[in-house]
Ligand binder design. Structure first.
Ligand SMILES: [Zn+2]
Length: 103
């Protein structure tokens, strides 16, 4: 039986991506400076610098490896979530905290 130790699910625009044992294999020199928040840190938002694009490899739930390129928000999510797998939070890379209005 497969043993899953590192897995994240990312949902963007109603598309569901399952990343099992994911690893970033490439990141673009081009960066994006974006607002980020986290369910682990309620009501905290801050500016972070992430790569504009990343490539990653991961397994799907059948154990098959695939490789994919992510851009913009998807790339940001991959970086954020994979950092969690290593025990890191965005608060370690935040540049400044910002106020985000509840809507
Ligand atoms: Zn998070």
């Amino acid at each position: 039986m497969a043993q899953l130790k590192r897995a994240v699910v990312i949902i963007i625009d109603d598309k569901v991506y399952e990343l099992i044992n994911p690893e970033i294999t490439w990141e673009s020199d081009e960066k994006q400076r974006v607002v980020e928040g986290c369910l682990s840190c309620p009501n905290k938002w801050g500016m972070v610098t992430r790569p504009m694009k990343v490539k990653f490899k991961a397994q799907n739930r059948k154990g098959e490896w695939y490789e994919m390129q992510a851009e913009e928000l998807f790339a940001q999510c991959v970086c954020h979530e994979l950092a969690h797998l290593e025990g890191h939070l965005f608060t370690e890379v935040v540049e400044e905290y910002v106020q985000v209005e509840d809507n």
